[in-house]
Design a protein around this ligand. Structure first.
Ligand code: SF4
Length: 242
């Protein structure tokens, strides 16, 4: 994992109770606020102890946030299983936007995981695979921060319909900010067109939702955009947002 500045690796100086009170008050006054206002509040409140995460499906959130807070840390979880197009999008984003892109990697390489736990863990136990290659690495990478920004939206899955713009992340004991939670797909498409946002080319090849290559299939036009994720199983989330 690429290292971040040592001065933000110091222990958290803010009490989780203070942060929870902050979430309650901010949650009230930012409930209906537009995304840039939510991001401005987060940048002013958390400074360099704020980061955002990106799956490199597109650069919408990176564009929105880096206009408010240039140089912000952007965490990309490099599971070792990404499509080449996703890694290419990451490389393009790194050059186009004023951000500090950090590749977050699991403890084991794919080869080491295959050796220790057997090949194709994603097919036998995808929850464990996601935990080892996504959830645990992100948990470690988020430790220096007080708050993280995610691009999840209500209309993506039934499990995300109650997401708030500013909320408490109880597992990580930090603040989670979802500035585009209330955006629709049309809102996102309009923003991306208006600002010529970088888009993972897989979107033009039948992949409206993009995850790891072994667990992502093409989706027929008109079908649920996320139906290609872990298709044929009951799994709908990787665990990052639960
Ligand atoms: Fe493993 Fe699939 Fe989860 Fe990627 S999406 S971490 S390959 S189970």
């Amino acid at each position: 994992m690429t290292t971040v500045d040592a001065d933000i690796r110091s222990p958290r100086h803010r009490d989780p109770l203070d942060l929870r009170h902050l979430v309650e008050s901010a949650g009230r006054f930012l409930h209906d606020a537009p995304a840039p206002e939510i991001i401005r509040w987060a940048a002013a409140t958390f400074g360099d102890r704020l980061c955002l995460t990106s799956s490199m499906s597109d650069a919408l959130l990176i564009h929105l946030v880096s206009r408010v807070k240039p140089g912000i840390d952007v965490l990309f979880i490099d599971t070792g299983y990404h499509f080449p197009e996703t890694l290419g999008t990451r490389d393009a984003v790194r050059h186009v936007h004023d951000i500090n892109l950090i590749d977050v990697t699991p403890t084991r390489t794919v080869a080491e995981q295959d050796h220790d736990l057997g090949p194709r863990l994603f097919g036998r136990n995808p929850d464990l695979c996601c935990h080892l290659r996504k959830v645990e690495p992100l948990n470690q990478a988020l430790r220096p921060y007080l708050a993280w920004i995610s691009g999840i939206r209500h209309d993506e899955t039934t499990t995300r319909t109650t997401v708030k713009p500013v909320e408490w992340d109880p597992k990580r004991q930090m603040v989670k900010i979802n500035p585009i939670a209330r955006w629709t797909q049309d809102d996102a498409d309009t923003y991306m067109t208006d600002h010529a946002i970088l888009l993972n080319p897989l979107h033009h090849d039948g992949y409206p939702s993009i995850g790891c290559a072994p667990c992502t299939r093409r989706v027929a036009p008109g079908h649920d955009p996320r139906s290609g994720r872990w298709a044929g199983t009951a799994k709908t989330e990787c665990g990052l947002h639960q």
